[in-house]
Design a protein around this ligand. Structure first.
Ligand SMILES: CC(C)(COP(=O)(O)OP(=O)(O)OC[C@H]1O[C@@H](n2cnc3c(N)ncnc32)[C@H](O)[C@@H]1OP(=O)(O)O)[C@@H](O)C(=O)NCCC(=O)NCCS
Length: 173
């Protein structure tokens, strides 16, 4: 497994792999901003938007590649641009292909995204995830993230059910 950062051109070059990763994750129940049914146009527009944000300097995307070099996981960092928040960033859309889970790929992506945040001088990271099977509360807890509360009915699961979120943060040394 190899982890690399993608620039705008990299996202466009790997558009089909990224679309497959996102679709696979959502269709297996991941709550990462989408509800079913997911259309190909919606997924394509989403990754095109990510490419634009990377080009604008507001986002970082790192991907995990399998041995032949196909995308099997991804994680993003949303870089706060406002003057009073440039020490922080939000970890977003952490996902691993269902068939590749449980092998340390998610943890490796998180290490890389945290390293990248440090490199950019960000000292505070935060994220939120859904509570229950569609989220990743145990994953972030295992990785040492600190829970900071929950909001009821925060987001819809892929099947449309409203569930609470769990908010986490981590200070970077
Ligand atoms: C969450 C996710 C990224 C984890 O990826 P992964 O590659 O399976 O995770 P890892 O194998 O690196 O696991 C890291 C640690 O978390 C634990 N963990 C991961 N998923 C877990 C789960 N569902 N329940 C309990 N523990 C879990 C692992 O056991 C491991 O702990 P260990 O180091 O003590 O062995 C993956 O399950 C996924 O894509 N889920 C759907 C998308 C999602 O919910 N993303 C979060 C939204 S912000």
């Amino acid at each position: 497994m190899n982890i690399l950062m993608l620039d705008e051109a990299g996202v466009l070059a790997r558009a089909d792999e990224l679309a497959g990763l996102l679709t696979d994750a959502v269709e297996h129940g991941a709550s990462i901003g989408f509800v079913l049914p997911l259309t190909a146009a919606e997924v394509r527009d989403y990754w095109n938007g990510v490419a634009v944000q990377i080009a604008a300097g507001g986002k970082v995307l790192c991907v995990a590649l399998d041995e032949p070099g196909s995308v099997i996981g991804a994680a993003q960092l949303g870089l706060e641009w406002r003057a009073n928040g440039r020490h922080r960033a939000e970890v977003q859309k952490v996902m691993v292909r269902p068939a590749a889970r449980g092998r340390g790929i998610g943890a490796a992506l998180m290490r890389r995204i945290e390293d990248e945040a440090r490199r950019r001088g960000r000292t505070l990271l935060f994220l939120d995830t859904s509570v229950g099977a569609s989220g990743a509360v145990e994953f972030y807890t295992r990785l040492g993230w600190i829970p900071a509360g929950s909001i009821p009915d925060y987001a819809a699961d892929p099947d449309g059910t409203l569930v609470p979120n769990a908010i986490f943060y981590k200070r970077l040394a």
